[in-house]
Design a protein around this ligand. Structure first.
Ligand code: C2E
Ligand code: MG
Ligand code: MG
Ligand code: MG
Length: 289
């Protein structure tokens, strides 16, 4: 009978759904254990002033030290965790560790602004505003010490909601950076709708040293100045890039040319060398002019 066929389908559908859910639940339980076991660790990659060569801040990047597979790159697990929702838990762990770190260093009067990454899944699945306000309160931080990186591609859908959340964060004193600027197609459109603080321009999207790429970078910087946006170049790997960026008025950079991401203790060792650091230069200003 027709009903029989439907029943069969329903039964089939129900069972397969349950299997999928179980698998995901198992994965999430496994990841919970990984968090408890301390398999996740925060690394720091310094940001530098290209004129003075001094460290003026850092980005916090998560690392997974898997007991069997060894060190796994975020490129391999962030997309998976964004799919299964675990990114929300992982990012809250990263933000908490970052806030703890700032608290410890504020006590020693060695404060550098650090930035953390926020996934679009976090923005829709969490009250990020509440979480960050709670963090600065519990760890007695100035919100300007904790900068928030949101990748450009996050703005591409449901942008009204994202803009609303970002405006609230900025109204509460947080600095918001648009990560991977230039990687998507929506870059210019977004800038017209949103009052972001800093553009993070990824040099790796334009790694060919041809004239056209240089023209693009130059016009992005000119536009940023015109819109009163600060700018930092990311993925800077060579002296040639540094010279070029300084010539066209970009002063700050993050990239292997200066430092690779490193564990917390290595970063702290670095900061002990006062000659390498400028604790005053944290404005991420635009240019030499
Ligand atoms: P991102 O936020 O754009 O971070 C910069 C990435 O570029 C880092 O890769 C960094 O190691 C790499 N990088 C920096 N300078 C250079 C350079 O000169 N050359 C090259 N080849 N690479 C450079 P990483 O740590 O593998 O992270 C990849 C991406 O994973 C990040 O891109 C970010 O989107 C995501 N991610 C990392 N940590 C977190 C986190 O805690 N939460 C979230 N939601 N995403 C994260
Ligand atoms: Mg980032
Ligand atoms: Mg980036
Ligand atoms: Mg990226």
């Amino acid at each position: 009978s027709v009903k029989g066929i439907y029943m069969k389908y329903y039964a089939y559908y129900d069972n397969s759904m349950r299997n999928v859910l179980l698998e995901e639940q198992e994965l999430i339980n496994g990841i919970d254990k990984s968090l408890e076991n301390g398999e996740f660790e925060i690394y720091f990659q310094p940001k530098c002033n290209m004129n003075t060569n001094k460290i003026t801040g850092a980005e916090v990047l998560v690392r997974w030290n898997h007991p069997q597979k060894g060190m796994i790159s975020p490129k391999d697990f962030i997309p998976v965790f964004e799919k299964n929702g675990f990114i929300k838990k992982l990012d809250q762990f990263v933000w908490e560790e970052s806030a703890k770190w700032l608290h410890k260093h504020a006590k020693e009067h060695k404060i550098l602004p650090i930035s953390v990454n926020i996934s679009r899944i976090d923005i829709f699945g969490l009250d990020v505003q509440d979480i960050f306000q709670n963090l600065v309160k519990r760890y007695e931080l100035d919100p300007s010490w904790m900068q928030l990186e949101i990748t450009e591609s996050a703005y591409s859908s449901r942008s009204d909601e994202i803009i609303f959340v970002i405006n609230r964060l900025m109204n509460h004193g947080f600095t918001v950076l648009m990560d991977d600027f230039g990687s998507g197609y929506s870059s210019l459109n977004i800038l017209k709708d949103i009052n972001i603080d800093v553009l993070k321009m990824d040099m790796r999207f334009l790694d060919k040293q041809d004239r056209k790429s240089q023209d693009i970078i130059e016009s992005v910087i000119r536009m940023a100045k015109w819109l009163n946006l600060k700018i930092i170049a990311e993925g800077v790997e060579s002296k040639e890039q540094v010279d070029f960026l300084l010539k066209i008025g970009c002063l700050y950079a993050q990239g292997f040319y200066y430092y690779k991401p490193m564990p917390m203790d290595a970063f702290e060792k670095l900061l002990e060398n006062r000659d390498l650091v400028d604790f005053e230069d944290n404005k991420m200003m635009l240019a030499n002019d």
